[in-house]
Write a protein that binds this ligand. Sequence first.
Ligand code: NOJ
Length: 755
Amino acid sequence: MKKTIASFFISCCVLIQLHAQDQKMNSFINALMSKMTIDEKIGQLNLITPGSDIPTGSVVSSNVEKKIAEGNVGGLFGVIGTEKVKQAQDIAIQKSRLKIPLLFGSDVIHGHKTTFPIPLGISCSWDTALIRFGASVAANEATADGLNWAFSPMVDIARDPRWGRVSEGSGEDPFLGSAIATAMVKGYQGNSLADKNTLLACVKHFALYGAAEGGRDYNSVDMTKMKMYNEYLPPYKAAVDAGVATIMSSFNDIDGVPASGNKWLLTDLLRSQWGFKGMVVSDYTSVGEMVNHRQGDISQVSAQAIKAGLDMDMVTEGFLGTLKKSLQEKKVSISDIDRACRLVLEAKYKLGLFEDPYRYIDPSRAAKEVLSESNRAVARKIARESFVLLKSDYKTLPLKKTTSVALVGPLANDKNNMLGTWAVSGDPQKSIPVLDGMKNVAGAGLKIQYAKGANITDDPNLARQANVFGLRVDIDKRSPDEMLQEALSIAKNADVVIAVVGEASEMSGEAASRSDITLPASEQKLLKALYTTGKPVVVVIMSGRPLVLTGSIEGATAVLQTWHAGIEAGNAIADVLFGDVNPSGKLTMSFPYSVGQIPVYYSQKRTGRPIDPNNKFSTKYLDAPNEALFPFGYGLSYTKFVYSDLKLSSNTLIKGQIIEAEVTLTNNGPFDGAEVVQLYTLDQVRSVTPPEKELKGFQKVILKSGESKKIKFTLSEPMLRFYNADLKYISEPGAFTVMVGGNSKELLLKDIILK
Ligand code: NOJ
């Protein structure tokens, strides 16, 4: 009782304090806005980029300095490093009439200069504490480098691996996606935005960007509201609930209206239903692109966007160029402009920029924090947690440090592709390739020979497109056959072959959709030739997406999926290959059996004609299975985990009460290891057709060799809720199946009744 009163008292004090802070902020901003002209208010809504080494879109803003001095800019992105940031902030503070500081944003997507693995890889750790910590390290480094706004996390549910941007998100599942969204927002924003090592997070791309038709980037999206609410919106909502400060609207349309001008999305859902209080920024030129969406001319679409609830216009400069006239013509109101301006100013206020516009510009901090040894150690740790062992003969791996290795493949001694897509501040030359990593980790006892063996691709058209930001696909001067013979000759003299193949970093990411996601033919040829040597072949796959591996890995003794693993890629891969770390990643996106199966994801619904090999008229392909090659949640270990004895504390779940599910997990193999234990449910009868399985919980558990542990999950009625046909979030009494296991396919089952 005493405890309850005490915590009630503390909550009241916190609320009073927050209210006082809000009041202070409001009076500051009221006073400032009372001095602002219409032009200055509209200027705050303008986010532009002077361009950087790696452009993130095709339009680059002009006359940036003049615009800042005239009060026509609210923030910049693509300006990296304290020196450049200071130059720009100086103009705002010394030359603009009201001296309003600028925001400095950047695509801090997987780390800043210390590049972590691509987000899809990070998600495969299923370790939300580590993910949160990683985001806080990225925030610390980015703020030390002058930034105060990260365009991350990207939480778009993605079920079509042809879409290149699956690399940037957390895969196919809304429950896991929500947990990761929460972790990242909390990691970036910390306890207070006013701290010097935290920054504004920006959840994106609101909304449904991952559902582009055919997996083709920027394509239309069309889905029912019920699917949105149940499957696609939860991670954005989780980010809002976690207090995310900003949101980026997406390029696609939703229900026929582009997201950046969609009032239902940006106001009715986001602000009225979800209670979002922060600022909404458009994606790169997405306001202007509404013209292409056939929504009207630039002044019409700009007016539509601000009225819909968009606050800041990234790069189009449609707000800057047209809103004043639209105001005079009464097409927008002063309250629309005031709302947007206030939200931009509030973001700056919360960062503490009005107290000190230079608070994130501290070269001594930059020198200490950027690319520090400790940040690199975090990158290495995250990387080795993100790898997924797809196949193992349980003999070849882990390797002995004294073994003789033929290291082969176009990605085996390659710095250019380790960072992966969206590493705008990363320097590929600072990354560790696998060859160096293996030498570093194994030391002098290792006998290692290297041969490139093949080009990433021999296709000059694909190579040209992958090389837009610098050399990624280096087509060798030697003929493919010459390279292959070299690889085969070193393979013949080795105990084991390690073949490192996959995609170049820019073969995934934005504007990098592919219709054929098998391994490139050049690499397939290399692998098949290596299999004929009779040596054990370990295939290490670097990619930004799940690839179709059918036909490429059958001859391998082991397959390790490493994604693009970041600045410490080579060291982390070697840590795992030599067994210093036992792999424990689990897939967060299904690996299709074939391209024609896409989309394939674990939570599909049962049809009226479930698959039956003996019934022609059942749902199936004539030439491929229905199931993924490797399902969601799947991943092996050097050790073997066995699940047994699923027990429930009761077969009946009563609203307001809980039941416990308990399973015994045993490490039956020779190594210590970590396992992600997963809980799924199925609603056996539902007013609207349910997914066959829905993830409802997970725990990452560490077990010593030979150890057994009882793992417990709590089940409660709210976990069984869903949005029904009236978009009401309810549960329906009746029978459910509870499933526990190490992936979405191999599960122990028990039934319960919800009363
Ligand atoms: C376009 C991308 O869609 C978005 O994710 C990114 O944050 C912006 N460009 C800025 O670079």
